[in-house]
Ligand binder design. Sequence first.
Ligand code: C2E
Ligand code: MG
Ligand code: MG
Ligand code: MG
Length: 277
Amino acid sequence: EQAMLMARHEPDRMRLCGDFPVAPGIDPADLLAAIHAGQLEMHLQPVLDIRRKAVIGAEALARWTHPVRGVVSPAVFVPVAENSGMISQFTRWAINASLQHAAEARAQGLALTISMNLSATAFAERGLVEQILGALRLWDAAPRDLVVEVTETAIVADLQRGAVQLKRLNAEGIRVSIDDFGVGNASVAYLKQFPATEMKIDQSFVTHMLGDLRSMQLVKAMIGFAHTMGMRVVAEGVEDTDTLQALADLNCNLAQGYGIGRPQPAAEFIAEFARNR
Ligand code: C2E
Ligand code: MG
Ligand code: MG
Ligand code: MG
């Protein structure tokens, strides 16, 4: 809170919170107010089981509709939350919103696994695991209903602390997914430290893999690597059916991308999913 008060008095053009510049024009105080005022919402993007040709889950992606700026990307406002001391407030909201939507889907009789993103700084907070377990109880959700996505960068930020918490989540039956695999600055050695159950291959390898042999080879190698490690694989950024077919041929397990479905407001997603079941 003190960091936020300080940020408010700094010039708007270039703020430094911690070591990182915060996106110009985004006032951390506005973000905190938006969290409290319920102006953030989760969109859901379908996750397809390639072999079964069925949507089995959805990734929760945060959206902030700013009264003046319009929709602000989470790629912009999540770092603002991280660098201005309000990641715990944001994370609490995100955990709650994700599990609320899981409960709404279940109330419609839909079996959906919700994947949520956790940022590096969320792992620096104490009580993260308890918070997640508490929210599962609150929304009467099973650990299997939730997948926690972390980036390689988040894992290396504090490997010891991160690994302890990820192990605990895993022991509770919550699946752990490594997001944006292949573009972080970690080495694969971290896979010795904790049990990841899923690998998400970054879209930068997937989207244009049909026109780029090196990308295709890397995707193939990453799928083999994940399977050897006992992980299932999600390909991100699948934008067309030819790519989906190629991923099927490579035994990729799951796929996500605009070609399968765009992120949409949770209520819309659940209603459409219920109609098409
Ligand atoms: P991510 O977790 O890797 O999410 C995938 C991003 O790729 C999403 O962007 C999604 O809309 C986009 N995407 C999905 N399919 C396609 C496709 O076919 N083509 C292309 N070009 N893009 C596609 P989005 O929603 O803007 O989110 C960006 C990042 O912000 C996320 O990357 C995630 O790291 C972060 N983020 C989003 N929501 C949350 C959250 O609730 N908490 C935290 N900590 N981070 C979040
Ligand atoms: Mg993700
Ligand atoms: Mg990703
Ligand atoms: Mg990404």
